[in-house]
Design a protein around this ligand. Structure first.
Ligand SMILES: Nc1nc2c(ncn2[C@@H]2O[C@H](COP(=O)(O)OP(=O)(O)OP(=O)(O)O)[C@@H](O)[C@H]2O)c(=O)[nH]1
Ligand SMILES: [Mg+2]
Length: 286
């Protein structure tokens, strides 16, 4: 699948108002967000004014370089993997939280870590069973909850078990939907506080999971979930189903949330660490 921004270069002849407009529109349509797209085009104008853009290749290279610099991860992005940590995984229903936990659990288990999963989605009847399948596949332990049980009580038990078993990574799966949105947000906030009070010294990674095919909706969701916990990263899933990907730039630039993992399929091995250079290369593939 050619990258969404690859199309920009086929009819390119010179940089004029029309081309700037076309570049802006393509960036926005590719989910880069209006503000970020505007900034990218402004940078491009300056570069052109300084006579540094003479060929299509210059144009492409400049856009790519600008995007990569916007996507560059903080140096400590994966430090949580070096310490004992809690991964609090949140996001709307169906985005891939449970699947992502399964995939990550498998990677950490293969690295020799002791992993425990907390099935704190007690809203959906089959949620715990689905997670158990993943835990078994990954070869890790899980603390389950019963349907309708208070999710915070499952989490409380899991924290107790994580301490007792000196677990390296406790991964917390949560519901994507409760009776209504306020319920969900309140519940997640409560769980966030619970971790803070009962597991205060632990390294925290709060990951919002976003479906990469939902475009700007993902940005709205990230903003909302950022109100229940201080987000330290995002996982973009279902990237195997889209050529777009500007959303990663918008997340990083507009919300300051770095994308840390990319889901590229439904299988256990289909989760990669985010690599800005290869990501941008793919977006600009012609
Ligand atoms: N193609 C593709 N499918 C994915 C990816 N990640 C998850 N899925 C699929 O998306 C669907 C939903 O995934 P879940 O992990 O159940 O999503 P969830 O966020 O836990 O959903 P709820 O528990 O309902 O909130 C499943 O069919 C997964 O196989 C991905 O990276 N690529
Ligand atoms: Mg789930």
């Amino acid at each position: 699948m050619a990258g969404f921004f690859g199309r920009l270069f086929s009819g390119f002849s010179e940089l004029n108002e029309d081309t700037y407009e076309e570049i802006f529109e393509t960036l926005v349509t590719g989910d880069t967000g209006v503000r970020t797209s505007d900034e990218l085009v402004e940078k491009l104008r300056e570069e052109a004014k300084a006579n540094k853009i003479k060929t299509v290749k210059d144009l492409k290279d400049f856009l790519k370089k600008s995007m990569v610099s916007m996507l560059t991860l903080p140096e400590d992005a994966y430090d949580f993997e070096k310490e004992r940590s809690v991964l609090f995984v949140i996001g709307v229903n169906g985005v891939g939280k449970t699947t992502t936990i399964g995939k990550l659990a498998s990677q950490y288990h293969d690295q020799g870590k002791r992993v425990l999963i907390a099935a704190a989605d007690t809203f959906r009847a089959a949620a715990s069973d689905q997670l158990k399948v993943w835990a078994d596949r990954a070869g890790v332990e899980m603390i389950g909850g019963k349907e309708g049980q208070d999710p915070s009580s499952v989490l409380f038990d899991a924290i107790g078990a994580a301490k007792a078993r000196t677990v390296d990574v406790l991964m917390v799966d949560t519901a994507g939907r409760l009776h209504n949105k306020k319920n969900l947000m309140d519940e997640l906030e409560k769980m966030n506080r619970l971790i803070n009070s009962y597991y205060p010294m632990i390294r925290r990674e709060n990951l919002v999971v976003l479906d990469g095919t939902t475009g700007q909706n993902a940005l709205v969701q990230a903003k909302e979930f950022g109100q229940c916990a201080r987000l330290t990263g995002a996982v973009l899933t279902k990237m195997d189903g889209t050529a777009k990907g500007g959303i990663a730039v918008a997340l990083s630039k507009e919300l300051g949330i770095p994308v840390k993992f990319i889901g590229v399929g439904e299988k256990i091995g289909d989760l990669k660490r985010f690599d800005p250079v290869s990501y941008v290369d793919r977006l600009f593939e012609e």
